[in-house]
Design a protein around this ligand. Structure first.
Ligand code: BTN
Length: 249
């Protein structure tokens, strides 16, 4: 994958800019990076705090030959890549909270927002948006309990430019391996080894109701396997949110 990086001082959202570039016909490997976002978006319509110079705000354009239902797995691919980069740093014992939050000591360090660009019924591109908290010294309001940054956790100053490069390099590696099978067959053991939910009690918040059980791991399609009183259920990415009974994780 040949990378073409577009860097901006300020954008509304790097995912929106990437979407615009997709509509203009940009290639796979186009990367949009901004030093701040004025309308950073999180999952489920939430905002993503994106102050200047504090975090990494980056979106990668992919044009895989996959069906739309395979695309949520790309979020897990990105989570794996970012976790790998964190684990190579000193004192950053990062874990993945299924499907795609990266946490450390129960607080969130990175979030991923994957969006598809459709052209009629056809999927023309996937945009993987990655937000990493790097240099924040403190968080305000409810984020105090829920968010953390690399500076706060490691006490070491990792320049954003270097991290960006590492994340892109690892993403390319895992993306290639994922495309070999188009599913999580090859990546499942590694993903599960980082899964903070594994063996823990989780609450699955489904529009149809709430279910509790023990998270066992993931399937080759990236679904979370949860052992409930009524038997095993498979939770798909995007349909539900999974919360631990105690605390954020
Ligand atoms: C989440 O955990 O809710 C996902 C957060 C994703 C944030 C990133 S920052 C770069 C990209 N552009 C956005 O507007 N959002 C994603």
């Amino acid at each position: 994958m040949e990378l073409k990086i577009y860097e901006y001082e300020s954008l509304g959202s790097t995912n929106d800019k990437a979407m615009q570039l997709v509509k203009e016909g940009c290639k796979e490997g186009t990367v949009v990076i901004s030093h701040e976002q004025t309308k950073g978006r999180g999952r489920r319509g939430r905002d993503w705090s994106s102050k200047k110079g504090e975090g990494i705000y980056m979106s990668i354009v992919l044009r895989p030959e996959l069906s739309p239902n395979q695309c949520p797995m790309l979020t897990l691919v990105a989570a794996l890549a970012v976790t790998k980069v964190f684990l190579e740093m000193e004192g950053v014992e990062a874990k993945i909270k299924w499907p795609n939050d990266i946490v450390i000591n129960g607080k969130k360090l990175c979030g991923i927002l994957t969006e598809m660009s459709m052209n009629g019924m056809e999927m023309e591109a996937v945009i993987v948006g990655i937000g990493i908290n790097v240099h924040q010294k403190a968080f305000q309001g409810e984020l105090q309990e829920k968010a953390t940054s690399l500076d706060l956790e490691s006490g070491v100053y990792y320049p954003r430019e270097l991290l960006q490069q590492e994340v892109l390099k690892e993403f390319e590696n895992y993306y290639k391996r994922f495309l070999e099978t188009g599913d999580f067959r090859l990546l499942q053991p590694e993903y599960e080894s980082h899964l903070v939910n594994k063996g823990k009690q989780v609450v699955v918040l489904d529009p149809k109701g709430k279910q509790e059980g023990i998270a066992k791991g993931i399937t080759t399609k990236g679904e979370l396997i949860v052992e409930t009183e009524k038997g095993e259920i498979l939770v798909s990415n995007g349909e539900v949110s999974v919360r631990g009974i105690y605390g954020y994780v």
